[in-house]
Design a binder for this molecule. Structure first.
Ligand code: ZN
Length: 361
C-alpha cells in the first residue's frame, strides 16, 4: 500500500457557498431525474455537505499543483450511511478561470469564433458549476447493489477512472438542464453549452498536451475525460453529433447537437453506474482500455506544435503566500501576506526550514 499526505489551510467563502447550497438542496431531485437505472438510484440522498473555501496555504499532495475540489471520506460504505463532505477551492478556481478567459488557446482550439466567444463569456461559471455538480451531486449519486463489493475490490485498478467518469457524467448530463437556470445558479443554458464545448475539446484533443510523444494516458482524470469524449464522439458519429474537421492542417471538434450529446452522456452515465452497482469488472475494463488509455499520436504531435507556438505550459502550479505575524507584545495583532514570486526559491526555503531529508550539493 502507498500513502500520501495533503493539507489545506482555508477560510469559508460565504457568498460562493450559496451557489453550492442551492445545488445541494436539490440533491434528491437530481438523483430522481438522473439517467441511471431506477434500482441504482438512492431513495434518500443524505448528508451532502458542501461549501466553497478560500485556500490560504497548501502543502503535500495539494501543492504546488492543487485540487479544485476535495470530497471525503473515500470509503463508499461510510458515504452511503453517513453522507459525504465536499469543499470547492474558490480562489483556485478563480485563478484558473482568470487565466483561461485570457488564454489564446481558447481561440486556437475552438471550432468557430462564436464558440470561443461563448467560452470566454461563460467559461468561468461553467467550470465552477461543473466542479460543484461533479463533487456535490456526482460522487454522492447512485447505490451499489446489495452483496456487491466496493469498487476498489470489484473494479480494481479501473475504479478511479470509472468513478471520475461517473461524477463528470452527472455534471455533464445536467449542465444544459433548465433546472440549473430555475434554481438560479446559471443565467441561461448557454453556460452549459460552453461547458460541452470545453469538455469535448479538452477530452479529445487539448489535454494531450500534458503527455509526452509516444506515451499513453495514465492519470485517472485524463483517462476519464478521454473515455467520455471518445465514447460520445463514436456513438454520435452516424448523426454527426460531434464533428471533426481539419482546416489548414488544424483539427477541430465541434458539437453540432447539444441535446443529442446530452442523451449520449446520459447513456454512458447509466452504463458506468451499472458497472459500479453490479461490480462488472470486464465491462469497466473494456470501456477504459478501449476509449481512455490510447493517445492518438498524430493528434498529440499536432496539439504540442500548436501549444508550443502559444508558449503556454501544460500545467499550472501555485506559489504559497508567506504569512508573517505582526506582533503586539506577545499577541498576534495582524498577519501580513507576502507573495514570493520565485518558485524554486520557495522550494529551497522549505527544504532548508522544514526538511532534514533533502540532500543538496
Ligand atoms: Zn472527482
Amino acid at each position: 500500500m502507498k500513502g500520501s499526505f495533503e493539507s489545506v489551510v482555508s477560510m469559508k467563502d460565504l457568498e460562493a457557498s450559496k451557489r453550492i447550497a442551492a445545488i445541494s438542496a436539490q440533491a434528491q431531485w437530481f438523483e430522481d431525474n438522473s439517467s441511471i437505472l431506477p434500482n441504482h438510484k438512492k431513495k434518500n440522498v443524505v448528508g451532502i455537505s458542501a461549501k466553497v473555501i478560500t485556500a490560504i496555504g497548501e502543502v503535500g499532495d495539494s501543492a504546488p499543483a492543487t485540487p479544485v475540489g476535495i470530497n471525503l471520506p473515500n470509503p463508499n460504505w461510510i458515504r452511503e450511511k453517513h453522507g459525504s463532505k465536499s469543499v470547492m477551492l474558490g480562489n483556485i478556481m478563480d485563478a484558473y478561470n482568470y487565466v483561461k478567459a485570457r488564454s489564446p488557446a481558447t481561440e486556437e482550439f475552438s471550432a468557430t469564433p462564436e464558440i470561443a466567444a461563448r467560452i470566454k463569456q461563460h467559461g468561468a461559471l461553467a467550470a465552477n458549476l461543473h466542479v460543484d455538480m461533479h463533487e456535490v451531486i456526482g460522487h454522492a449519486s447512485g447505490r451499489i447493489n446489495d452483496g456487491v463489493g466496493t469498487p476498489d475490490k470489484t473494479l480494481q485498478t479501473y475504479a478511479g477512472t470509472l468513478e471520475e467518469g461517473r461524477a463528470d457524467l452527472v455534471a455533464l448530463y445536467f449542465a444544459i438542464d433548465p433546472k440549473l437556470v430555475e434554481i438560479g445558479v446559471m443565467p441561461s443554458i448557454e453556460v452549459g453549452k460552453a461547458e460541452y464545448d470545453s469538455y469535448i475539446t479538452s477530452g479529445l484533443m487539448t489535454q494531450l498536451y500534458r503527455i509526452k510523444p509516444g506515451e499513453d494516458i495514465e492519470e485517472a482524470h485524463m483517462r476519464n475525460r478521454q473515455l467520455v469524449s471518445a465514447w460520445t464522439f463514436e456513438k454520435g458519429k452516424a448523426e454527426n453529433v460531434i464533428e471533426k474537421t481539419v482546416r489548414d492542417g488544424k483539427t477541430y471538434f465541434k458539437v453540432n447537437d447539444y441535446d443529442k450529446l446530452r442523451t449520449l452522456f446520459g447513456q454512458l452515465l447509466r452504463e458506468i453506474q451499472r458497472i459500479k452497482s453490479e461490480g462488472d469488472y470486464e465491462a469497466g475494463k473494456n470501456l477504459v482500455e478501449n476509449y481512455g488509455v490510447k493517445a492518438d499520436q498524430t493528434l498529440l504531435a499536432e496539439v504540442h506544435k500548436r501549444y508550443e507556438k502559444l508558449n503556454i505550459a501544460p500545467y499550472q502550479g501555485f506559489i504559497q503566500p508567506r504569512l508573517v505575524p505582526v506582533m503586539k507584545g506577545a499577541e498576534i495583532a495582524d498577519v501580513r501576506i507576502e507573495y514570493p514570486n520565485d518558485f524554486s526559491a520557495q522550494m529551497l526555503e522549505y527544504a532548508d526550514k522544514y526538511s532534514n531529508l533533502l540532500v543538496r550539493n
